[in-house]
Design a binder for this molecule. Structure first.
Ligand code: HEC
Length: 104
């Protein structure tokens, strides 16, 4: 698993330097079910994505952690409501996790 994630991380790091990625990631977010439960600024079914970014700010491995949770689902971090697994590829989950972490 680590061996696969490292090149992806490097790729994500390089891509995040390009402003175009932010737009692509936001478009990706809107094209997936995410927006039914998440808003960038306000809490809906799931936490506001800015709150997620604030919670994990500066935390090592946060991108990997969140990418895994976005893909496989998660519960218990923000409240009793679980997030179901989402129809994203590993790479899409990674792009989304990186983008979420850039939100302020
Ligand atoms: C059916 C509603 C629903 C959908 C669809 C959904 N989420 Fe969530 N999401 C949640 C809930 C509820 C939580 C809080 C889970 C918890 O408390 O651990 C959450 C948590 C998160 C977190 C924070 C995870 C953590 O451990 O702190 C991120 C990041 C996130 N969602 C991103 C996404 C993205 C990106 C998508 C689309 C690919 C998505 N979500 C789709 C409901 C949803």
């Amino acid at each position: 698993m680590k061996k696969v994630l490292i090149p992806l991380l490097a790729l994500g790091g390089a891509l995040s330097l390009q402003p175009a990625l932010a737009q692509d990631a936001e478009a990706l977010f809107k094209s997936k079910p995410c927006a039914a439960c998440h808003n960038i600024d306000t809490k809906m079914v799931g936490p506001a994505l800015k709150d997620v970014a604030a919670k994990y700010a500066g935390q090592e491995g946060a991108t990997e952690l969140l990418a895994g949770r976005i893909k496989n689902g998660t519960q218990g971090t923000w409240g009793p409501m679980p997030m179901p697994p989402n129809p994203v590829t590993e790479e899409e989950a990674k792009i989304l996790a990186e983008w979420v972490l850039t939100l302020k």
